[in-house]
Write a protein that binds this ligand. Sequence first.
Ligand code: HEM
Length: 126
Amino acid sequence: MDSLYKRLGGAPAIKAAVDAFYGKVLADDRIRRFFDGVDMERQRAKQRGFLTMVTGGPNGYTGKAMREGHRHLVAQGLNDSHVDAVIENLGETLRELGVSEADIAEVAALANSVRDDVLDRESVAV
Ligand code: HEM
């Protein structure tokens, strides 16, 4: 079976999704403050690289590990509700782009799998 990366539509689809996703994130009052002062062009490039890697595309990710990359945000109050909001925005974005519910669920699971790292805590049993 094709990788999730291929099913989503490869590089052009990842680019379209990341652009639309950050449009939503920056319009979302629950989470936009974390992006104040962030270079969004650089952020979009890193997120494209990350999503490409975790969905089984060519691995060119050059960004930080999730724990290091978000530690300063945890210090600003980043918590589960913010991770939920990000996953919700990502799901809505993919739905608008016509991605199947099964593939949306896979992307959400991938995002969920880094939740404890993003929140800089030990993994909690589920
Ligand atoms: C849930 C899964 C998440 C994934 C997969 C993810 C992915 C990433 C990646 C790949 C980077 C680039 C790291 C680097 O700087 O090298 C990053 C940075 C960042 N993320 Fe996330 N992230 C997640 C959750 C969140 C959440 C919940 C928020 C806030 C609501 C957030 C806000 C940010 C911000 C503001 C940066 C840029 C930090 C800076 O440059 O100062 N992320 N994220």
